[in-house]
Design a protein around this ligand. Structure first.
Ligand code: NAP
Length: 254
């Protein structure tokens, strides 16, 4: 039955930034589909963890600041997941930050922080997870990209550079790893109602301008990511490789 192929029973997922926002909704969706979940972040994981526990799934948390984590720290994180949970089947590379400053004044510190969290940690976590998945015979890597993987945005040059990079490495990894039964794909959320977009939603002019361009007529909610994340984590998507899928209320079609 086709719906059975969406089940994730017995799988283990690592969700970066699973403490809130799109990562929290993703973590809960994966648990609803049957997966056990490791939540990576800096803040209190209990809200997400309690929701996972109520679903009867196992969860643990890894407190890690991706702004300062070295490549060997990220490898250690993946080893910790395997030690605690026995395996790693799904990586959701979701953690991300935004820094808004006109390009003419954009600082090196902001550039480095955005690229470190939104791109470098995405690649090296995928590399560490890929090594485990190859040994296990396959896996699923879901990178959270953005509409800024396709567009330049306004006052967010580092974010746009990083998210274009996420779409690029999604294809690069896919080209090398599809033959190992590892699916690497990305979700490009549109304008979603999370902490990442607080500044935009607090600017009435930008808020309305964005809203006017969304064919669906409203901003996305954090749970809107759940169906796609479960699909990409499951056997239902086994022949899908290297794509960055907009989830945007129709924005990219305008
Ligand atoms: P959010 O509510 O601000 O959540 C960001 C998450 O990233 C938090 O769980 C945070 O966890 C984690 N994070 C941030 N800095 C971190 C660090 N230094 N180390 C470890 N974890 C860190 O934003 P969101 O909207 O859910 O964003 C999730 C992803 O979706 C991001 O990659 C974002 O770029 C992308 N996205 C969002 C939108 C949107 O409209 N909201 C649109 C397109 C793409 P802790 O606070 O626990 O560290």
């Amino acid at each position: 039955m086709i719906l059975d192929s969406f089940r994730l029973d017995g799988r283990v997922a690592l969700v970066t930034g699973g403490t809130q926002g799109l990562g929290q909704s993703s973590a809960i969706a994966l648990a609803e589909a049957g997966a056990d979940v490791v939540i990576l972040g800096r803040s209190d994981p209990n809200e997400t963890g309690n929701a996972i526990a109520q679903l009867g799934r196992r969860w643990t948390a890894i407190n890690q600041d991706l702004a300062s984590a070295s490549v060997s720290d990220l490898q250690e994180t993946v080893s910790q997941v395997v030690k605690d949970m026995g395996r790693l089947d799904i990586l959701v590379n979701n953690a991300g930050i935004q820094r808004r400053t006109p390009a003419i004044d954009f600082s090196e510190a902001d550039w480095d922080e955005v690229l470190q969290i939104n791109l470098k940690s995405v690649f090296f976590l995928a590399q560490a997870a890929g090594r485990v998945m190859m040994q296990q015979g396959g896996g699923k890597i879901i990178n959270i990209a953005s509409l800024l993987s396709f567009q330049g945005g306004i006052t967010i040059p580092a974010y746009s550079a990083a998210k274009h990079g996420v779409a690029g490495i999604t294809q690069s990894l896919s080209n090398e790893w599809a033959k190992h039964h590892i699916n690497v794909n990305a979700i490009a959320p549109g304008y979603m109602d999370t902490a990442n977009t607080t500044a935009l939603r607090n600017d009435p002019v930008r808020y309305q301008a964005i809203l006017d361009r969304i064919p669906a007529g409203h901003w996305g909610k954090q749970d809107d990511i759940q169906g796609l994340v479960v699909y990409l984590a499951s056997a239902a998507s086994d022949y899908m490789h290297g794509v960055t899928i907009p989830l945007d209320g129709g924005w990219m079609g305008r």
